[in-house]
Design a protein around this ligand. Structure first.
Ligand code: MLT
Length: 386
């Protein structure tokens, strides 16, 4: 049997590999405390579960969905963007619901790239940017996110001939995996860069609702003229603890959305109607529970950062996102540190190199671990010398 050459460039997904290893450790009897995936443990609001239960009793919810999402769903997204960011969107041309933002990200590369064309990809970054590009036979140009630049790509460091040839650019703030954030001034520079070089800007805002202290993440579509070059991906996974329901969205540039919709309607048949009904209830419903939810993640952040620093680990305190990003101690690489720590303590941090070569030397912790287990992990870590 013969398989596509592109498959040889495609490694197993990071958390497929990680979860396989963790399952093997559990099978050996290890009590694993898993700070790996950003999979919200804070329960989905009860009214959303009730909405889904009610919805599945109706036959119309079981029929084929609209390829481009229910009109009511697109309207709910458009209304939510207006309320949350002051951004106006035409629900029929500038909004497309997705089966989770991950599939939209991978399919966007198929819609935009011809074989051999360049996508600018943050490194470290959410793996779908790089591997979606490879699935489309495109060429990722890795933009290193360096601590000295606040983990923002240095636009001036992108060679002119690469910028001229690049077709799309991926960006993600609040950032996975570094937890970095960016301000409106940086977003203005990015939009100007995309306009100058005629690049389709793909901004991933999946963590827009997870923020701390007095910070509140913006949308790239708040920048004047952004819609001419940009789309923004968002997700209900983290915002509404709906990761398993697989529901997200892309909004903004009409031509990019039409292209992605054309690709998707030839591949998938839309989103389970009951999931869309639940998402509408989430977007249109009471949002006043969110600060209390963010306070839970913030409390864990504030417990973990000083405790890890006391153990000699250098860890940043993020203003948003679900992640802590830290440096592995001298003498280790990311992979050996993470799996060595797992062997010694049963505590798992994701190796930073899993998010790209510039993640080497770092590890990532997700804040989606219940408080009692965070405390257990700290007790175990106290006994370790790095
Ligand atoms: C993460 O943990 O980085 C993601 O949000 C989960 C995923 O890989 O999709």
């Amino acid at each position: 049997m013969k398989f596509a050459t592109r498959l040889s460039n495609l490694p197993p997904y990071l958390f497929v590999e990680v979860n396989k290893r963790l399952a093997a450790k559990r099978a050996e009897g290890m009590d694993v405390l898993d700070f790996g995936m950003g999979d919200p443990d804070v329960p989905t609001p009860a009214n959303l579960l009730d909405t889904m239960c009610e919805a599945i009793h109706h036959h119309d919810q079981m029929r084929y969905p609209n390829y481009f999402g229910m009109p009511k769903m697109r309207q709910a997204i458009s209304d939510w963007y207006r309320r949350r960011f002051g951004v106006t969107l035409d629900r029929d041309r500038e909004v497309l619901p997705l089966i989770g933002s991950k599939e939209g990200i991978a399919h966007m590369a198929v819609a935009m790239l011809d074989p051999g064309e360049i996508a600018l990809v943050p490194d470290p970054g959410y793996p779908a940017y790089q591997f979606g590009t490879l699935l489309a036979d495109g060429v990722p140009y890795m933009m290193p996110l360096l601590e000295k630049n606040g983990f923002l790509p240095d636009l001036d460091a992108i060679p002119a001939h690469i910028a001229e040839k690049a077709v799309i650019m991926w960006l993600n703030y609040p950032n996975n995996p570094t937890g970095a954030t960016c301000d409106m001034n940086y977003l203005e520079q990015v939009v100007a860069f995309a306009r100058k070089h005629d690049i389709g800007l793909c901004f991933d805002n999946a963590y827009s609702e997870i923020y701390y202290d007095d910070y509140c993440p913006p949308s790239i579509l708040q920048i004047p003229g952004a819609k001419e070059v940009a789309v923004e991906f968002n997700s209900l996974s983290k915002a509404y603890s709906l990761a398993g329901a697989r529901i997200g969205m892309v909004v903004g540039n009409e031509r990019m959305i039409e292209a992605l919709g054309r690709v998707k309607s030839n591949i998938d048949s839309g989103i389970f109607n009951a999931v869309q009904t639940t998402a509408i209830a989430a977007l249109e419903g009471d949002q006043s529970w969110m600060p209390a939810r963010n306070a839970i993640y913030q409390r864990r952040r504030d417990l973990l950062v000083p405790a890890l620093c006391k153990l000699g680990l250098e860890v940043q305190s993020p203003k948003a996102s679900l992640y802590l990003w830290g440096k592995v101690p001298k003498g280790y690489n990311s992979w050996d540190f993470s799996f060595g720590l797992l062997d010694r303590t049963g505590v798992f941090f994701t190796p930073g190199s899993g998010f790209g070569p510039s993640g080497e030397g770092y590890f990532r912790l997700s804040l989606t671990v219940p408080d009692a287990l965070v405390e257990q992990a700290l007790l175990r870590l106290e006994k370790v010398r790095f």
